[in-house]
Design a protein around this ligand. Structure first.
Ligand code: PSU
Ligand code: MN
Length: 300
């Protein structure tokens, strides 16, 4: 039921670098038709760094690590493509469903396949209004029991960032800033919160992975929080204003569950004239490039 593509399987067997890529950002996080172009571009950027991309998704009840172009096109089309966290994997396989995997679904499948490094945009986390909705992304719990490095631009800024950082601490997930002692803010370079650890090169990140392996744990993720460059971030004032509108609209329409994150991301794209999309893309591109360098350093 878990199919690892031949290219990814061969790379893993030969000890060559592999980077897992998430598919929810493609199917549900970015507007069509640009999402397809971005999906292919991200794979290409992994290759340019000498690593093999392994985009993860479920198609017709088969979990796949490593997609061909046609399969990427199906994910990007969004037709009949569900959003699958790790809890959705077994029913999706059993019923022959198709879906894009979130950070939790992707990290689970990538780790099962033996992939050690994963890149995405921003992690899910604790939503604002948690006290009334108890909406906390399943990403956090899954990362607390999966040994994988996740290169991301922090957690999505639509969330309650300090609460999410606290949950990551409680859950025992290691968080390091890449080249910074500030926790990045997804669309923003700095979330306004510090991190305890700073790693400054792909080699340094790889040594942390080796130390985890040598210790035999902990069996939780290493979050490599890589900030978007200041020149490419979303204007913080615009971000604050439009996000407040987005949250209000989301609550007003009674949107809940899996639909919340895609709704908020889309609202920001539409109400910032695409500026949030540009910042999101800059973040993802930087993360994918860094993840490929980390994977290369780890296999050296
Ligand atoms: N990062 C992005 N865009 C996205 C996501 C991450 O730049 O769309 C997705 C990831 O798949 C993440 C999911 O796991 O949003 C979180 O959704 P939820 O809050 O419903 O757990
Ligand atoms: Mn949620």
């Amino acid at each position: 039921m878990l199919i690892v593509s031949e290219e990814v399987r061969e790379a893993l067997a030969a000890g060559r670098p592999v980077v897992a890529l998430e598919s929810t950002i493609i199917a549900h996080g970015l507007p069509r038709p640009q999402n397809l172009q971005v999906a292919l571009e991200l794979e290409e950027s992994v290759r340019r760094e000498g690593a093999v991309p392994a985009t993860v998704a479920v198609l017709d009840g088969r979990a796949r690590v490593g997609l061909d172009k046609e399969q990427v096109e199906r994910i990007a089309s969004g037709d009949g493509i569900r959003k699958l966290g790790h809890r959705d994997l077994a029913p999706a396989l059993a019923t022959g469903a198709s879906g894009a995997t979130t950070v939790s679904g992707t990290a689970f499948l990538a780790a099962r396949a033996g992939v050690r490094v994963f890149a995405t945009g921003g992690l899910g986390g604790v939503h604002r209004e948690w006290t009334s909705t108890q909406d906390e992304s399943a990403d956090l719990a899954l990362l607390s029991r999966t040994r994988i490095a996740v290169v991301c631009a922090g957690v999505k800024s639509i969330l309650d960032v300090p609460a999410t950082l606290q949950r990551l601490e409680t859950l025992g997930v290691t968080v390091a800033g890449y080249g910074t002692d500030r926790f990045p803010g997804f669309y923003l370079t700095d979330s306004g919160h510090p991190v305890d650890w700073t790693l400054n090169s792909p080699e340094e990140v790889a040594s942390v992975l080796r130390a985890q392996d040598a210790l035999g744990g902990p069996d939780s993720a290493l979050i490599v929080a890589n900030p978007v460059a200041e020149a490419e971030q979303l204007d913080p004032e615009l971000h604050a204003r439009v996000l407040a509108e987005a949250l209000q609209e989301c609550a007003g329409r009674g949107i809940t569950g899996q639909a919340v994150t895609p709704f908020l991301l889309d609202f920001l794209v539409r109400h910032t004239d695409g500026a949030s999309l540009r910042a999101n893309l800059a973040a993802v591109r930087g993360n994918v490039r860094l993840a490929a360098r980390v994977a290369a350093a780890w296999t050296r």
